[in-house]
Design a protein around this ligand. Structure first.
Ligand code: NAP
Length: 254
């Protein structure tokens, strides 16, 4: 009987893990999306869309699905669902692991300012008008209403009407390559970048481009998540699952 694995997604790690498991008859993966993006990229694996109703709702879902392993492969900034996942795993006794890629680290040639929150990033842009490249989510753009004298180029998965005086949206989904990022930053005459410290390979090219162009970057730190067993790649999550499957007779099938 295939082993039910619920994967909380929203990242390429989650997608790759679900798609890899879907190819193997030992596993019955279910990839979960929040449903935030209008242009959902449909995975080659079973999936569902929408919230669970908090940690308790997720716990009920895991029970109903007879879930044998829960994997949190959400974005490092998705703090609420990650906290819910830890709690739901505790409530149900479901084996649990978080997939979290390491944060980006400053390298020689980088001009980074570290800030704790998006509102601090808006403040760190300063009083002199600048051309800003914002690669932050749609919901975080509001923080920059506090600094309306800058001109913003916002890159987001979906197009939207930003509630900012001088702003344009570039609807694009990664991965991005360095040459294209160099071209974009030069063409748009960008003077400073604001980025969340996602740590993902797919979106790191802008930082390499900024380094080469000697552009400053305001880097927003990750939120602190509740402690949990963590691996740093979807391959490592696969290894964790395989060990769990072969090593634990307590796994429940579907
Ligand atoms: P969040 O603040 O941590 O979560 C808010 C609520 O959304 C959760 O309580 C949960 O609702 C629902 N939710 C979140 N992820 C879910 C999932 N994978 N499956 C089902 N429900 C989910 O999350 P967020 O920061 O808004 O991010 C939403 C999604 O976008 C995440 O899946 C994340 O991986 C992805 N994403 C986020 C970012 C980012 O910067 N935050 C960037 C790229 C992708 P209930 O309480 O009702 O269960």
């Amino acid at each position: 009987m295939a082993v039910r694995v619920v994967i909380l997604g929203g990242t390429s790690d989650g997608r790759q893990l679900a798609e890899r498991l879907a190819l193997d008859p030992r596993w019955a993966p279910l990839l979960s999306f929040a449903g935030r993006t209008e242009s959902l990229k449909v995975p080659r694996a079973p999936f569902r869309v929408g919230g669970f109703g908090g940690a308790e709702g997720l716990a009920r879902f895991l029970e109903a699905e007879r879930c044998a392993a829960l994997i949190d492969a959400t974005h490092p900034f998705a703090a609420q669902i990650s906290a819910n996942a830890v709690r739901a795993a505790e409530l149900t006794g479901t084996p649990f692991v978080r997939v979290e890629c390491p944060a980006w680290q400053r390298e020689p040639g980088d001009d980074w300012t570290h800030v704790a929150r998006m509102s601090d990033a808006a403040e760190a842009l300063g009083r002199v008008p600048r051309r800003v490249f914002l690669s932050v989510g749609r919901l975080e753009v509001g923080a920059f209403r506090a600094a309306p004298w800058h001109s913003y180029l916002i890159r987001a998965v979906d197009d939207f009407l930003p509630d900012l005086l001088q702003a344009r949206v570039l609807a694009q989904r990664g991965p991005f390559d360095v040459e294209a990022e160099l071209d974009l930053l030069a063409r748009e005459r960008i003077e400073v970048l604001v980025s969340k410290n996602a740590g993902t390979v797919a979106t790191a090219a802008k930082l390499i481009a900024a380094r080469r162009m000697r552009l400053p970057v305001i880097m927003v730190a990750r939120p602190v998540l509740p402690p949990a067993p963590t691996v740093t790649s979807f391959e490592a999550a696969l290894a964790w699952l395989t060990l769990l499957h072969t090593g634990s007779p307590a796994l429940r099938g579907v």
